[in-house]
Write a protein that binds this ligand. Structure first.
Ligand code: ZN
Length: 289
């Protein structure tokens, strides 16, 4: 089951539920999954688990000592285990550690993000503006999710060329790209080190909880990329877990003038290939050096 399958299954599940009040109350999802929520004081680092009774009813226990935002995520993650019928592999791996997580757990996190931030609601609410710390925090508050979860959602549902990068202990773990950026053939290598010259590199070097936004050269982030063009990078470092996130975005006009095939491979222009799409949601700006 790849990421697209998981997203499609989540959207099919959501389609059967009235999600109009889901930002305040997750019970429509809980009912649809034939589950019940129990709150309990669990050990540190233990977010929750599910037990299935002989009658088929699922009891989801969540750690009442964790934040409201974290508990919402846990409930959706446990619903994912039920709906996708994937076994838990929760032992000993901290939930923030992307690198060492079992594929089932990553699939359930993806499913949970779809449930917490239903894409139609997200698209109707997200301001048509350039991203900022304030905008992402606003979206996180609106949907009762974490800042990184909202930043990741912003990138993957953006019309504009945009990417979200997760880094742990100084290495790139995961990059989510918007459709237009994928079509442009932009690629960030997983497992590479945080590139020198990036905002992520700078905020992590501080060793403290820091956030910053700045312009950097595009070829700092993208492999085999044209030089001389800039992009914006909003980065935030979480010192306790040594996790760093970056939101990268640039205007269409600052995309290198290239054509790509539908397989994402750059090719010479033969006139018969799909064009880059996506209207500029904010005023264009030239950032050529
Ligand atoms: Zn799990």
């Amino acid at each position: 089951m790849d990421e697209m399958d998981v997203r499609q299954k989540a959207r099919a599940f959501i389609a059967k539920v009235d999600v109009s009040s889901i930002r305040e109350d997750l019970s429509p999802y809980v009912i649809a999954a034939n589950a019940k929520i129990k709150k309990d004081e669990l050990g540190e680092g233990e977010s929750g688990y599910t037990i299935t009774k002989p009658n088929g009813k699922h009891i989801i226990t969540v750690n009442s000592l964790e934040t409201e935002e974290r508990q919402r995520f846990t409930i959706c993650h446990e619903i994912a285990h039920i709906v996708l019928d994937l076994e838990s592999s929760h032992e000993e791996v901290p939930s923030w550690s992307y690198a060492k997580r079992h594929p089932n757990e990553i699939a359930c996190d993806t499913f949970a993000a779809e449930l917490l931030m239903p894409y139609q609601q997200w698209l109707s609410i997200v301001p048509k503006e350039e991203p900022s710390l304030k905008l992402i925090q606003h979206m996180a508050d609106m949907f009762g999710t974490s800042f990184p979860a909202a930043a990741s959602r912003f990138a993957s549902l953006s019309d504009a060329p945009c990417a979200f990068v997760t880094m742990e202990r100084g290495a790139v773990r995961y990059a989510a790209r918007s459709t237009s950026l994928r079509q442009a053939g932009a690629w960030i290598s997983p497992r590479s080190v945080i590139p020198a010259g990036s905002v992520a590199h700078r905020v992590r070097s501080s060793g403290t909880n820091t956030a910053d936004t700045d312009e950097v050269s595009q070829d700092i982030w993208f492999d085999n990329w044209e030089k001389g063009l800039d992009l914006w990078e909003l980065s935030r470092h979480y010192a306790r877990t040594d996790t760093t996130i970056s939101l990268l975005w640039f205007d269409d006009e600052d995309l290198p003038d290239i054509e790509v095939s539908r397989f994402g491979v750059r090719v010479d222009d033969d006139g018969g290939l799909p064009e880059l799409t996506g209207e500029l949601p904010w005023p264009g700006r030239s950032k050529r050096r």
